[in-house]
Design a protein around this ligand. Structure first.
Ligand SMILES: NC(=O)c1ccc[n+]([C@@H]2O[C@H](COP(=O)([O-])OP(=O)(O)OC[C@H]3O[C@@H](n4cnc5c(N)ncnc54)[C@H](O)[C@@H]3O)[C@@H](O)[C@H]2O)c1
Length: 282
């Protein structure tokens, strides 16, 4: 019998996780708070399947079958018989803790509860439940159907068994996992990219090299798909400043101290692609 996955939140990430899971044979129930959000989510999934079909990466029958494995609901109770639950709602700790508290009273004892948070400590989310050993981070990357990485995060009490179940789930939907053994701010991926972007910003602000040359160095020298300053513009300089500040506050490690230029760019509204100006003009 197919295993059942509940995905809480039908936004960009939740719908992507539902999409790859249904394609891999999971029965998926996708839950959001409004019908509009669910419709947006499933429209996105359908459009993405269509793209894979037109590229010959999926047959129309496979896409139809996968869509047929996804049901949508605004009722959290529909998660009651799930084997795995992945939460992908707004990045707000109060909202996440409330959902985990409710899920804890609802799902089977053996069900694991995973969060797709990019930055909130898993331990803080797990503490809202009576099953912190069965709470884990499954940090998928955007766009989920394209990006192969899933960063698994152990909270302070996450059990080996839970981590193994989370890995089994992520691998079953085609992802390669890395494990973050301690619940540190920024996990592994945000720490790495923050350190690189902070150093790239310092090199740029002190006139050592142009933005273009710093990015070219990373692309041609290290094989990165995108340079750090272009990545900062794409992600949003404001989002990165916030992430870097969080890591710096927790670690007190000087290499994460946000450079002055990053702060001034955010003050001035030059936050990247979404504002038309960041390290580059758009
Ligand atoms: N966007 C990214 O690139 C990215 C990458 C990795 C991780 N994340 C993380 O994934 C999570 C989701 O991000 P997103 O970009 O998909 O957000 P999003 O804004 O696209 O979607 C969030 C969805 O959650 C829904 N929601 C809010 N409260 C809810 C509730 N109580 N029950 C059910 N649904 C609820 C909203 O209606 C919305 O549809 C966040 O924790 C984010 O930090 C995002």
């Amino acid at each position: 019998m197919a295993k059942k996955l509940a995905v809480i939140g039908a936004g960009l990430m939740g719908s992507g996780i539902a999409q790859v899971s249904a394609q891999a044979g999971w029965d998926v129930v996708l839950r959001d708070v409004t019908d509009e959000a669910l419709t947006r989510g499933t429209d996105g999934i359908r459009a993405s399947y269509d793209k894979f079909v037109s590229k010959g990466k999926l047959t129309a029958e496979e896409a139809e079958a996968a869509l047929g494995r996804i049901t949508t609901t605004t009722d959290l109770d529909a998660a009651a018989d799930a084997d795995v639950v992945v939460e992908a709602v707004f990045e707000r700790i109060d909202v996440k803790r409330e959902i985990f508290r409710a899920l804890d009273g609802l799902v089977k004892d053996e069900t694991i509860l995973a969060s797709n948070t990019s930055a909130i400590p898993i331990t803080k989310i797990a503490a809202a439940t009576e099953r912190p050993e069965r709470v884990v981070g499954t940090h998928f990357f955007s766009p989920v159907p394209m990006m192969r990485l899933c960063e698994l995060v152990r909270g302070h009490k996450t059990s080996d068994e839970t981590l193994a179940t989370a890995r089994e789930f992520a691998e079953s939907v085609g992802k390669t996992c890395i494990v973050v053994n301690r619940d540190v701010a920024g996990f592994v991926t945000t720490r790495l990219i923050s350190a690189l972007i902070v150093e790239a910003t310092k090199l740029y602000e002190s006139g050592v090299a142009t933005a273009e040359d710093i990015d070219t160095a990373c692309k041609l020298g290290f094989g990165h798909a995108m340079g750090p300053l272009a990545t900062a513009d794409l992600t949003g300089v404001d989002i990165l400043l916030h992430a870097t500040e969080n890591i710096y506050t927790e670690s007190q490690d000087e290499k994460f101290a946000p450079p002055e230029l990053m702060r001034r760019m955010v003050d001035a509204g030059d936050i990247g692609r979404k504002s038309g100006q960041g390290f580059y003009r758009y």
